[in-house]
Design a protein around this ligand. Structure first.
Ligand code: FAD
Length: 375
């Protein structure tokens, strides 16, 4: 006899868990199926920033805010530590300060502050390099992704009776039946959250979604004794990458200057993001190389570009690099969230923005409301 559920979720990454939570909260019996022994994709390789500021304006920004609130609630209930809150963007150039001034005039500038260089140096003594301004957003949360994911899965199992089938690949879906590498599962509704595997299930549907894969370099480093970040930290490079800033006309002058002054960073999609963990180590990223099949190599020269930007802000390099890794994620800047309905009871959901963890819990609520109705 196959197992029978109201909802089967394929994929135990953050997007799959978010769908499982939304369905379980609406009283559904849920199973999550993943071919790995635990989440091991983008959801544990990311720095874990639940970012609101920098999301595209409008619906995506509001979705990020809603999702951040659910993240805060989930973190409290699943014993996931919030490592730090807020985001500082160090404007190294006057053009970056101008883009930030323009951002402050939008609705997304709500509750954010733009400090002069003088005030910024006084408030954030960690920033030793030359700068034109410092922007502070209070909205962001940061979790340690690699430990947060198993904790959330364990909490879903315990508190919401969500069943998990790890080490189980789903090879076909027909009607209400999932064929897996370990027998069959029956579910009234099915949500597929395959991360950057757009080929194994509903490959024809996803081939039309314009998805590619983006590869990113990450490093864990040891800073000087006593070094403390105020929150997540980014620089000018993020202002031409994060859509909420990049879409502003004022970002053009900054882009032009960066093309002249940091062409190597731009060529490898490098934008510094620095975060800190409970053991005081820092997680640094990130690069972005887009390809159908990203190569598996972590090129030292790209890591150097990340470390160089770190030194430009903090005045020196970290004491030691402790580990390095790469991660890949689905990417389509034109469709940051891909939702397909290949059958009335099936949804395929891919976060394709490079910020899928941020919006995940709100996306999960939207899909479940769409599948089962809001009641
Ligand atoms: C280095 C890096 C940095 C990032 N930084 C951030 C950040 O700071 N903030 C942010 O919001 N986002 C960030 N992102 C993006 C974010 O990590 C992703 O958008 C998000 O984790 C995607 O979650 P997911 O559940 O869709 O995919 P994944 O985490 O990849 O999970 C997909 C799961 O589906 C399973 N699966 C696929 N097909 C099958 C099948 N047929 N049968 C069974 N199982 C299957 C896989 O095994 C996998 O576990 C970053 C990504 C990377 C790589």
């Amino acid at each position: 006899m196959p197992d029978t559920f109201d909802l089967a979720v394929v994929g135990g990454g953050v997007l799959g868990l978010a769908h499982a939570l939304a369905a379980a909260r609406s009283g559904r019996r849920v199973v999550v199926v993943d071919r790995e022994g635990r989440a091991n994709g983008a959801s544990v390789r990311m720095p874990g920033i639940v970012g609101v500021t920098g999301q595209p304006s409008g619906a995506a920004w509001r979705r990020a805010k809603r999702s951040r609130d659910v993240w805060a609630d989930v973190a409290a209930q699943a014993s996931v530590r919030i490592e730090h809150e807020g985001l500082a963007i160090v404007a190294r150039r006057p053009e970056a300060a101008s883009a930030l001034e323009a951002f402050m005039a939008t609705e997304m500038g709500e509750d954010c502050t733009l400090y002069t260089a003088e005030d910024g140096h006084a408030l954030f003594p960690q920033f030793k390099g030359a700068m034109s301004a410092v922007f502070w957003s209070p909205h962001e949360l940061r979790v340690e992704a690699k430990s947060a994911m198993p904790k959330i899965a364990a909490w879903l199992a315990e508190a919401h009776d969500v069943a998990f089938r790890w080490e189980t690949a789903v090879t076909a879906i027909e009607g209400t039946r999932l064929t897996t590498s370990r027998g069959t599962i029956e579910a009234e509704a099915i949500v597929v959250c395959p991360g950057d595997d757009f080929r194994s299930l509903f490959g024809e549907t996803l081939a039309k979604a314009g998805l590619v894969r983006a590869k990113s370099h990450m490093l864990r480093v040891r800073p000087e004794e006593g070094f403390e970040l105020p929150g997540a930290v980014a620089t000018d490079l993020s202002l031409i990458r994060l859509p909420g800033f990049a879409e502003l006309p004022e970002a053009s002058a900054l882009r032009a200057r960066l093309e002249t002054e940091q062409p190597e960073h731009l060529a490898h999609g490098v934008a510094l993001i620095a975060t800190q963990s409970a053991d005081d180590t820092l997680v640094l990223g990130a690069s972005r190389q887009v390809d159908a099949t990203p190569d598996p190599f972590q090129t030292q020269a790209i890591d150097e570009l990340i470390l160089e930007e770190f030194a430009a802000v903090f005045g020196k390099r970290p004491k030691a690099v402790l580990s390095r890794w790469t991660g890949t994620y689905a990417f389509n800047p034109e469709r940051p969230v891909v939702v397909e309905a290949p059958a009335p009871n099936v949804r395929v959901v891919v976060a394709a923005s490079g910020a899928g963890a941020t919006g995940a819990f709100a996306i999960g609520e939207e899909t479940i409301a769409d599948l089962f109705g809001k009641g």
